[in-house]
Design a protein around this ligand. Sequence first.
Ligand SMILES: *Cc1c(COP(=O)(O)O)cnc(C)c1O
Length: 226
Amino acid sequence: MTGNTIESRLEQVRSTLPPDVTLVAISKYHHPDDILSAYHAGQRIFGESREQELALKHSTLPADISWHFIGHLQTNKVRLIAPFISCIQSVDSERLLSEINKRAAQNNRVIDILLEVHVAAETTKSGFAPSDLYKFLDSDLWKGMNAIRIRGIMGMATNTDDTATIHADFQTLRQIYDHLKDKYFNSYPHFDTLSMGMSHDYPIALQHGSNMVRVGTAIFGSPLPH
Ligand SMILES: *Cc1c(COP(=O)(O)O)cnc(C)c1O
């Protein structure tokens, strides 16, 4: 890690990103004061992984923050975040998508979502298996959901030191993204987001066309266990 303040680390990460890449600062488990430090350094997009923690932070932090949800989202907690969430990156079932659509409509909102795709070796990671994703998109169920906008996909590489595996995982995600854009979202100009890359692997993700990186530890340090 370079620098020893949130501001300097944020600046360091930013300096490595091409201008067309969106930085989501992952603030899960970090204190609101740390989020404010990044906010005062100009960061406006933050990502959280727990519904209650996010709802609390949203209620106390500046209103012009865009919040992204990146964790496993429980269907019965969608209503907690539906009034304000900008983007839900971790959509991995038809049931969840339809609940988000319902709650967005109730709040007179349109919520951006990313389809989470599972390509990593770990079975613990969530996301649609690619074949299930194609099945879901072929079903056309999503086409009637007017309160959500499918913006793209989100994925993670295998957690490993083997860079060849990381390259291969990001390459696979890129191919899935291109395939979806080509086959299902050709006439949807807002389908434009390939979210991949975290603190330790985002430089590799950028090489494979990521245009949204989700960086936590490299900005805020390691989250405290709790
Ligand atoms: C925690 C998390 C991140 C950020 O990871 P860091 O290693 O802290 O940068 C990114 N994406 C998802 C889905 C996460 O859960």
